[in-house]
Write a protein that binds this ligand. Sequence first.
Ligand SMILES: Cc1ncc(COP(=O)(O)OP(=O)(O)O)c(N)n1
Ligand SMILES: Cc1nc(C(=O)O)sc1CCOP(=O)(O)O
Ligand SMILES: [Mg+2]
Length: 380
Amino acid sequence: MERCGFSGREKTEAIASVWEHKGMDGKESTPSGVWRILDASLNRASEGLRTIEEYARFVLGDPQLSEQLKQLRHQTATAAEGMPRLQLLAARDTPGDVGTAIETPTETERVDALAVAIAAAARVQQSLRCLEEYGKIVDSGIGRAFEACRYRSYTLFATLEQLSQRRDRLADCQLYVLVDGGDSIEAMTVTIAELAEAGADLIQLRDKRLNDRELYEHAAAAAATLRPSRCLFIVNDRPDIAAAVHADGVHVGQDELPATVVRQIIGPERLLGVSTHCVAQVEQAVSDGADYIGCGPTFPSGTKSFEAFPGTDFLRDAAATTTLPAFAIGGIGAENLAYVIEAGFSRVAVAGAITRSESPAAMVTELKQRLLRQDESTNR
Ligand SMILES: Cc1ncc(COP(=O)(O)OP(=O)(O)O)c(N)n1
Ligand SMILES: Cc1nc(C(=O)O)sc1CCOP(=O)(O)O
Ligand SMILES: [Mg+2]
């Protein structure tokens, strides 16, 4: 009980004043039960916010999210200043609380650190609602102050929810954009923020020239940039870096670590993408537990050279082989998208047609609209 450092006399006086207390509008006395609710809710909200903040700071290593959570914690503390602290403390009666022994089975189970943060977020929102509603009994301004905290929490906690819903989000993805590290980390983050804003569903950092340290730093910045957005972030080739920067997933090809080994590194929650160039590889990727596949090369590419092109015939076979989200890749752009769609694909992965276009954001919007239209017409 961190805030119980007051004397017996203070406590007695405060208890007496609880029963005398009039609401700030002078109407009615506030029952001690209401003070107990406010006290318990305030403690629960503060503890929950700190729990989430620690996750953002030490697990995600995300400075923006940590700072925003800290601001919310301070805003909540400021809102609480409108309540008489002594009244709250005087009303506290933990041994007499009939709810402390009640425990639901889910309270003792947490799969991972994200589950801890999400459970804390739910408790914070419930507590803020209690503070808002019961706070109104004391003073309407207090209710409004906690209401503002609650609204702010919705936006912030949505980021946590998104992290736990990667597979659901993947199911809706159609346009996957591959980018390199650009001229600087700053330039890259500006680019990917624009691509996400324009409608890219997934962004992959694929850069073969950066050293490990540089790749890690680019990937960490990209992950932090995209985390609040609806766009998923994937690291090419490197499960270790994907896990280290808390990316949404990793993409590996046939020459990299086997998918089953990659899964051990990235864990069950992150997405695993695998490149496939023939039906046997599609089947293998599915049985290895891939979350999605890349299928190509479809057409000659300005980004990577190939000796053979399985082309749209392979796309047709792949579409008939699996229901896993499958992205056609290789030389795809506005001029040949129709052939890809005709082969049964409504998802594409594109590099050059977007990154080398005069207006990358406009190209994202155009390709996305055409994919969405195709989806509507086939009622996917
Ligand atoms: C979505 C997607 N599909 C295929 C690839 C190609 O991966 P890989 O065969 O490992 O080749 P590199 O990209 O590493 O050169 C991809 N990156 N993304
Ligand atoms: C990196 C890569 N992998 C492919 C595969 O088929 O596995 S095609 C490809 C290049 C994708 O870039 P662009 O859209 O510029 O052709
Ligand atoms: Mg690769």
